[in-house]
Design a protein around this ligand. Structure first.
Ligand SMILES: [Zn+2]
Ligand SMILES: [Zn+2]
Length: 555
């Protein structure tokens, strides 16, 4: 095939116009590489849904073309969909040691059975995958061992930053590979896909070291116990808590399932370095005097079942908040979680703790690049084309504007959407069609079986409750022989609404009589008659629309 007809496609399947469920397809002719397979946490109106993952119809249809999945780092919005994706496409994984450790932990947790080939990458590294040569380079982020990739194809180089920031003084001493980025820029990059999460924020994102300084300062003042809540995956921050504990002669216990999990994985793989005897079991640390104790816990998002929330509500089996405790919430609430966090903070104060949180600067810094760093990335890589990724629509637009500022022509910037194909040929690029993309809702063990109808039902049940109408009818005469009985839940308090219930029964009787007179024998018609008349009556009386479930039995 001549070079003129060759095609390179970039297809985001998630992470565009949203924060979460990141997944990008890079396809050159008959070969595909996938970057990340993340989940998104459900929105408030998705009642009962545990998580949302990308629709991977396109990948399933092109199963045989896929050479592998590259994982940029171990956050849930990059690895969370893997147990579901790998069920349908069994392909090799590529990622750094910590990322692969977290992926393996995740697969084990979901009792994943198949064998998956995992390739551990040690950046800077260059790996041949199919026709692609892939350079893995280090970036800074709020989890160690994060990488970006440069995928070299016959039509040019595709560079994907992953989630990143530039931290000049990272906790592990490993700065982002600026040299590699500059080298890529010198050799020429066809297209850059870059993290847009913080594209609205001016200036530079502060170094994680800043949080370390704040932690030390808090440790130097605290008289009683210190309880620190942060993201389980923020191993650098956890390291800084251990360091401060060591410096001030305290011991540390770790609480909360995901925190214990991640700390164990990080310790085993050498991503946390902790002096001997610093880490203690919770039962043992409780025997020490208060000024010797540090507890690291989950719950920085006020999640109802998390350890910190349970402590705040006096529901934790082993840790009770007492006056003199200092509680440090070293995280900002993810949008949507503000209410939970605020409630937890209120309860902690009520128990007499001193609570240090978001409002005080320096307890949290972002893991994502701000505007000046985004421009630096663009200037280092100097791509011909630019696709902002990983962000809601406004973030993408802000990022596109930054790209224009540093000299990328408007027509070379693509604001994509999930499923949209960006096609590159030898001397052009354009938006070219769409593939299936969207949200797959996961509820417990069910993947994709909860659709809009089920969600609508859940919403109705949550808002206005349910009424079950039970009637027994004579098969021959269609005469009502028992009932109607009405059972309700979440609608009205029955004992105080006997009159309404009696009227409802009468309405049902009338509806049934009418059916009988009109010689309607179709069950579904009878049911919908009951539902409609009763629904109308109840709305008139209460302005509520409970779900009405008629059950008709024949004898
Ligand atoms: Zn991330
Ligand atoms: Zn992310």
């Amino acid at each position: 095939m001549s070079k003129n007809e060759q095609k390179l496609l970039i297809i985001p399947l998630g992470g565009i116009g949203e924060i979460g469920k990141n997944m990008t397809v890079v396809q050159y002719e008959k070969e595909i590489l996938v970057i990340d397979a993340g989940l998104m946490f459900p929105e408030e109106e998705m009642l009962g849904i545990d998580m949302v993952i990308p629709d991977i119809t396109y990948l399933v249809e092109n199963k045989d073309l896929i050479k592998g999945i590259i994982i940029t780092h171990g956050h849930e919005d990059h690895i969370g969909a893997l147990p579901y994706v790998l069920q349908q496409i069994n392909v090799p994984l590529y990622g750094t040691r910590l990322t692969m450790g977290l992926v393996e932990g995740k697969l084990k947790e979901t009792k994943f059975k198949k064998n998956i080939a995992t390739n551990v990458i040690k950046p800077p590294a260059s790996v041949k995958i199919g026709t692609f040569t892939v350079d893995f380079f280090r970036v800074n982020h709020s989890i160690p061992d994060s990488i970006g990739v440069a995928i070299h194809t016959p039509l040019g180089t595709v560079c994907h930053t992953g989630d990143f920031k530039f931290d000049q003084t990272p906790v592990d001493g490993r700065i982002a590979d600026l040299h590699k980025l500059a080298e890529l820029g010198t050799r020429g990059v066809l297209v850059l896909l870059s993290d847009s999460t913080n594209a609205e924020r001016q200036g530079y994102t502060m170094s994680e070291k800043v949080v370390g300084n704040t932690i030390e300062e808090i440790f130097s003042r605290a008289k009683g116990r210190i309880i620190v809540a942060t993201f389980a995956s923020n191993i650098h921050r956890i390291q800084q808590v251990f360091d401060a504990a060591f410096k001030f002669g305290r011991k540390v216990a770790v609480v909360g399932r995901s925190m214990v999990n991640v700390v164990n994985i990080a310790l085993n793989l050498g991503y946390l370095s902790i002096p001997k005897d610093l880490l203690m079991e919770l039962d043992d640390i409780n025997k020490l005097s208060k000024e010797k104790v540090v507890i690291i816990t989950t719950g920085s998002q006020g999640e109802p079942m998390s350890a910190l929330t349970r402590m705040a509500m006096c529901e934790h089996k082993k840790v009770e908040i007492i006056p003199g405790d200092t509680v440090l919430i070293a995280a900002t609430p993810i949008p949507g979680n503000e209410k939970f966090v605020a409630r937890t903070i209120d309860h902690l104060f009520k128990q007499g703790a001193e609570v240090i949180y978001e409002a005080i600067s320096g307890v949290h810094v972002s893991g994502h690049a701000s505007q000046e760093e985004l421009k630096l990335m663009l200037n280092l890589v100097k791509p011909k084309y630019f696709i902002p990724v990983h962000g809601e629509y406004r973030h993408l637009i802000h990022h596109a504007n930054l790209a224009k500022e540093v000299g990328i022509p408007q027509e070379n910037i693509f604001i994509a959407e999930n499923g949209r194909v960006v096609e590159f040929t030898k001397d052009a690029a354009r938006m070219a069609g769409k593939v299936t993309a969207g949200k797959v809702l996961v509820d417990g063990l069910g993947v994709g079986d909860v659709g809009n109808i089920v969600l609508r039902d859940r919403k109705q049940l949550a808002q206005d409750g349910i009424l079950i109408v039970v009637v027994t009818i004579d098969k021959e005469t269609a005469e009502v022989v028992a009932g109607p009985d009405i059972i309700s839940r979440g609608f009205v308090y029955v004992r105080e609404s006997e009159e309404l219930m009696e009227q409802s029964r009468e309405i049902v009787r009338q509806a049934l009589r009418k059916c009988q007179e009109e010689e309607i024998t179709e069950w579904s018609t009878i049911k919908s008659q009951v539902r409609d008349t009763l629904g109308k009556f109840l709305f008139e009386q209460t302005r509520r629309r409970p779900m009405i479930l008629p059950i008709i039995m024949e004898v």
